[in-house]
Design a binder for this molecule. Sequence first.
Ligand code: SF4
Length: 186
Amino acid sequence: MTSTTQNALSTKIGRRSFLKMAAIAGAFGATSSFASENVTRPATAEEVKNPFPGSKEVKTICTACSVGCGITAEVQNGVWVRQEVAQDHPISLGGHCCKGADMIDMVRSEVRLKYPMVKEAGQWKRISWDTAYERISKKLNSLRETSGPDAVQFLGSAKMSSEQAYYFRKFAAFFGTNNTDHQARI
Ligand code: SF4
């Protein structure tokens, strides 16, 4: 780094913070060059061409909205390792938006909710789908009895298809309210 760049950076972020960052960067540099000598090596031509040997391509769709753009997922040993837009998808025709482009990270996220959970005594615990449905229906019935059906609003999703939106609307009507919103954005 040149002294001009250092001066510009230290003026912008403050001298003390800059010195701390420089010390950390120096330590990291030393560690990583040590690691690179012992652990890493250049990829072979075959590894560059095929970094996930034995993987297979699986056609899927983005679940973030009801357009359902096509995605080709590359899966290796049951793990989604890479994604591409599905060029041959009849709806999205080889395109998708930024949400679809990040679908792999949504699926593999460590904080992804995979099953129903409840918080009891300050602790989250897993419950079955049957238990979750039972608790939700009990709560809805109790709200309707104590405050009337209009105390509840049903909020849909842009992920819903036309048919799902129809059922969702019917469900609210049977519950006894017109308080619904599809939440459509597209
Ligand atoms: S428009 Fe975007 S969010 Fe909707 S399905 Fe396509 S990629 Fe996903």
